[in-house]
Each structure stands twice: as C-alpha cells, then as structure tokens.
Write a protein that binds this ligand. Structure first.
Ligand SMILES: NC(=O)C1=CN([C@@H]2O[C@H](COP(=O)(O)OP(=O)(O)OC[C@H]3O[C@@H](n4cnc5c(N)ncnc54)[C@H](OP(=O)(O)O)[C@@H]3O)[C@@H](O)[C@H]2O)C=CC1
Ligand SMILES: CC(C)(CO)C(=O)C(=O)O
Length: 294
C-alpha cells in the first residue's frame, strides 16, 4: 500500500515510521522535520527503536491508497485542503476529539473512516520521534456498521506489526476515546503530570469524574457508553502510556494552542450538567486566551 500521512508531527511520524516497515509511506509535514527525514531518515526512539527512510514532503502525493490524517483537530480543514488534489482510495482520521470525520467528509470525495489510536508519541528534534507507549489502532465507519475499507486498513496496519482492528462500533469507540482524552489530556495538561500520575495520584478522581461526565453526555446523544467502561478505559490507557506527556500537555509545554474545543468542548458545552469538564475547559481556555491563542 502507498500510505500518505498528513500531519507528520508526533503521532503521524510514529505511525508513518512503523507503517514504513511494510508499506511505501509519504510523511507530509513541515520543515525542518521533512528535510531532516530526507537527509538522515526518521529515527524512532523509546519503546520502539528503529531508523527508517519513508518519503517525506511538504505537499501531498498525487495518488495514494490510504491517507491518514494526524493533524491537530483545529487543522483538519487544512489537512483536507492539503489532500484536495490527491487521488486517495480512503482517508482515515486518527485524531482525537469529535467532528474531524465530518470536516473531512464535507471536503473530500473518497470514503472517510474514523479511527482511534492509543499510542503515545512525542516529536523531539527534527527527524526524531519517541514512542512513549505502545497502543492499539481501531478503524471503522464513523456511523457504525461494517466497512470493507476498514478491514483493508486494519490488515495494512497489522502487516506492519501494529495492533489494529476494524470495528463496526465506531460511535461507541469514539466516545470512549473521548472519555479517555477528556480525563487524561485535560487533567494532565493542567496538572503538568505524565499520564501515569492519574493511576493513583491526587488527580485520578478528577480524571475519573471527567470520564463519567463524558459517558453521561454520550448516553444523552444515544451512544450506550457505561460509566465504568469510560473510567476503566482511562485507567487502562494511563497504565499503558504511564511515561507519556499527553498531546495536550505537550501543547502547554510548547505554549501552543490546545485541542480543548474538540476534546473537552463537546462535554463541557453540552446541555447536560458537566461541572468537572466545564471547569477543565474553562481553565484551558483561560490559559489560551491569556496567551492570545484563541
Ligand atoms: N501525541 C500523541 O501521543 C497522540 C496524539 N493523538 C492525536 O493525534 C493528533 C495529532 O497530535 P500530535 O501528533 O501530538 O500533534 P503534533 O502537533 O505533534 O503534529 C501535528 C503536525 O501536523 C502538522 N500540520 C498541520 N497542518 C498540516 C497540513 N495541512 N499539512 C501537513 N502538516 C500539517 C503540524 O505542523 P505545525 O504545527 O507547524 O502546523 C504538526 O507538525 C491530535 O488530534 C492528537 O490529539 C492521539 C493519540 C496520541
Ligand atoms: C492516548 C493518549 C492519552 C496518550 O497520551 C492520547 O491520546 C494523547 O496524548 O492525545
């Protein structure tokens, strides 16, 4: 398969590097990362160690079998613009937050799948990405039900030794992942802790309460996510990625805009009472406003 990865930052570089063990991969990103990969290859460090030489470019290829979108949620429309002239068989969003597939579907002609990914990744120097936790990838039709493309994509990941499955329950899994991200990303971003601090530290009850609120909102939207399923998912991911600084904490560390609106917003701004998520969102938005990031 020829796989294009639009958004070669932390997660995109890691997954692109792992996929390049089996497939032709084009990492679409920014300089100096792209130039460093062209010159020296991509170095993956941490839990996985390898140096590999995928193609790298600042524009998308003319054709590919599969395009993975791994930009931040607020850049999804930009990713769609980057892919506008690409003849892609299928596009998969592996981003966190709600609404990315809708943005892609509205702008692109090919099938669009939803995906969830629990790998932890951190891009450090140009040409280098650390795998801070091995996880799983799940893909499927955003509306639920079977999808031949999802089967093909999961097979392609599996062939590259990535634990991947196709699911016909994506609405449930996307909300479950949202509970993980509201719980882990927002809490670690504000507490400035690694994910593992939520296993038994003082902020673990905050993460669990935020996950329960996400489950409440999911159920009010017709998705049958149990409180315990949401809190168990937070604990499992925090355990598997205990050394990771969540993607939202990485944004805070780098004084960058966060994904608060796509991740915490759907829960915090919902008509259901969600005091914990509203507090987390309010604090993150205040931090962004103070720095002119919103
Ligand atoms: N990091 C992690 O451990 C995990 C992240 N995620 C999710 O994955 C998504 C990506 O996160 P992460 O990898 O941390 O984010 P990063 O900011 O590290 O990577 C995104 C990259 O995409 C680039 N980019 C933005 N728009 C375009 C475009 N149109 N064409 C090419 N490149 C573009 C950005 O460049 P620039 O900044 O210069 O605009 C940036 O380098 C998020 O939704 C996150 O929540 C999910 C699981 C784990
Ligand atoms: C899986 C997890 C929580 C890994 O940190 C993540 O999705 C993120 O950081 O955005």
């Amino acid at each position: 398969m020829h796989v294009a990865v639009v958004g070669a930052g932390s997660l995109g570089s890691l997954l692109g590097g792992l996929l390049a063990r089996e497939h032709r991969v084009t990492l679409v990103g920014r300089d100096p990362h792209v130039s460093a990969i062209r010159e020296h290859g991509l170095r993956v460090t941490g839990v996985v160690n390898l140096t590999i030489s995928p193609d790298a470019d600042t524009t998308a290829p003319a054709r590919c079998d599969l395009a993975l979108v791994t930009t931040k949620a607020f850049d999804t429309a930009g990713a769609a613009a980057t892919l506008a002239d690409t003849d892609a068989g299928c596009v998969v969003s592996l981003q966190n937050g709600l609404g990315n597939e809708t943005v892609l579907r509205d702008r692109l002609d090919c099938p669009v799948l939803a995906g969830t990914c629990t790998y932890g990744a951190r891009r450090s120097d140009p040409g280098v990405v650390a795998c801070t936790g091995e996880g799983t990838v799940t893909v499927g039709d955003p509306d639920g039900g079977p999808s031949e493309w999802a089967d093909r994509v999961a097979d392609a990941f599996t062939a590259a030794d990535i634990d991947a499955t196709a699911s016909d329950e994506m609405p449930l899994l996307v909300w479950q992942k949202l509970a993980v991200n509201v719980g882990i990303n927002a809490t670690t971003a504000l507490a400035r802790t690694e994910n593992g601090a939520l296993l038994d530290g003082p902020a673990s009850s905050v993460a669990a309460a935020a996950a329960r609120e996400t489950a409440t909102v999911a159920r009010s939207e017709g998705v049958d996510l149990a409180d315990e399923t949401a809190t168990d998912a937070v604990e499992r991911v925090a355990r598997n990625t205990r050394a990771n600084r969540s993607s939202m904490l990485q944004d805070i560390d780098a004084r960058r805009r966060t994904e608060v609106d796509a991740i915490v917003g759907p829960v915090a701004d919902h008509a259901e009472p969600t005091p914990v998520a509203a507090t987390l969102a309010g604090l993150l938005r205040a931090w962004e406003a103070e720095r002119g990031l919103r």
